[in-house]
Write a protein that binds this ligand. Structure first.
Ligand code: F6P
Length: 365
């Protein structure tokens, strides 16, 4: 059957995140409902290069809204402008696959590509539109909430809920053992997850990349609590937090990814230092990929449904090369070129920080 409206394609790129399936279901249902054909591309830009895609039907997306992960698969490795080929001897060569992508899109009659992704994927989408004339629409995804031009990325609310639950659970074990418990959370170079979950979970210390910390301030807070008869303390530390004048803690270097490094380890460093300087037994829990898994919260589901339908509405209006975004609780579109600009960090005058200070939380400064 020839569709009346034309043909779209959708892919999920970058690290996975709660809500990807909810966006997919919204995009596919909105597209089919408006008379489009829509291809689902497997494993991010990889499927666009290897031509691994299929026409989506209602039954492909039926029932996936509450499910974590992405039924299309994803990868945060394949950059079409520098596509890596690993040789048998382990060496790597690179090719520019932009022509392959344009050819595959043309052969399938795909007019618009919907990219559900974080800064890496949205940057590639922007480059495809600018360099190759591909019409793209972006949907902002990441648990880190650090994309510019939108007040919320989907997945963040769920990650905060997971981290808050972890802080709650750490409270009881910290109190029983009279320990300092640190929870290291994700977020890359932004402290959104640490800030929100730390406040929501009632942490005593919250360390975020935007406020380099002094160990003396952290120790002072812990000692102050001890004097008040509180023999335990809870610290939420963002993976990108660093001491004043110090460096980021890097778990390992990463090859062939948008990211050059994988952050990790600051929580362990911190607890060792706290234990050495206070004599209080201290432990670190790294929450890791649990933050990216599981079913999205009601807030995220709603945001995903709105983002997905707005992406198709943009196609209907011929409003291409944009990213859908949340501004003042309204869904809007912004030029995708702006969406790939500098990451959005926690502003130092954010009222959540002020509220935290008011209730005595230490931010390490
Ligand atoms: O951007 C999402 C995120 O989960 C970050 O919070 C974290 O630093 C990174 O991805 C981990 O990426 P990877 O999947 O490459 O380990």
């Amino acid at each position: 059957m020839i569709s009346s409206k034309g043909t779209l394609a959708v892919l999920t790129g970058g690290g996975d995140c709660p809500g990807l399936n909810a966006v997919l279901s919204s995009v596919v249902k909105s597209a089919l409902g408006n008379g489009y054909d829509i291809y689902g591309i497997e494993n991010g830009f990889n499927g666009l290069i290897s031509d691994t895609m299929k026409l989506m039907t209602y039954s492909d997306v039926s029932g996936i809204l509450p499910r974590g992960g992405t039924v299309l698969g994803t990868t945060n490795r394949d950059n079409p402008f520098k596509f890596a080929h690993v040789q048998t001897d382990g060496s790597v060569t690179y090719t520019d696959e932009r022509e392959t992508i344009v050819r595959n899109l043309r052969e399938r009659g795909i007019e618009v590509l919907i990219v559900i992704g974080g800064d890496g994927s949205l940057h590639i989408a922007e480059e495809l539109s600018r360099e190759c004339g591909v019409k793209v629409i972006g949907v902002p995804k990441t648990i880190d909430n650090d994309l510019p031009c939108t007040e919320r990325t989907f997945g963040f609310d769920t990650a905060v809920a997971t981290a808050t639950e972890a802080v709650d659970k750490l409270h009881s074990t910290a109190e029983s053992h009279h320990r300092v418990m640190a929870l290291e959370v994700m977020g890359r170079y932004a402290g959104w997850i640490a800030l929100y979950s730390g406040i929501a979970g009632g942490a005593d210390v919250i360390l975020i990349p935007e406020i380099p910390y002094k160990i003396e301030s952290v120790l002072h807070k812990i000692e102050q609590r001890r004097r008040l008869g509180k023999s335990f303390s809870i610290v939420v530390v963002a993976e990108g937090a660093k001491p004043v004048g110090g460096e980021l803690t890097v778990a390992r270097m990463v090859k062939d990814s948008f990211e050059q490094v994988r952050l990790g380890g600051v929580g362990e460093k911190l607890t060792r230092e706290i234990e050495a300087k206070t004599g209080i037994e201290s432990r670190c829990t790294v929450l890791g990929y649990l933050q990216r898994g599981g079913s999205p919260t009601a807030f995220d589901r709603l945001l995903c449904v709105r983002y997905g339908s707005a992406a198709v509405a943009a196609c209907l209006e011929g409003n291409y090369n944009v990213m859908v975004a949340l501004k003042g609780d309204k869904i809007v579109t912004v030029p995708i070129a702006q969406a790939g600009s500098k990451a959005r960090n926690v502003e130092l005058d954010n009222d959540i920080i002020s509220a935290g200070r008011q209730i005595g939380i230490c931010f390490g400064d």
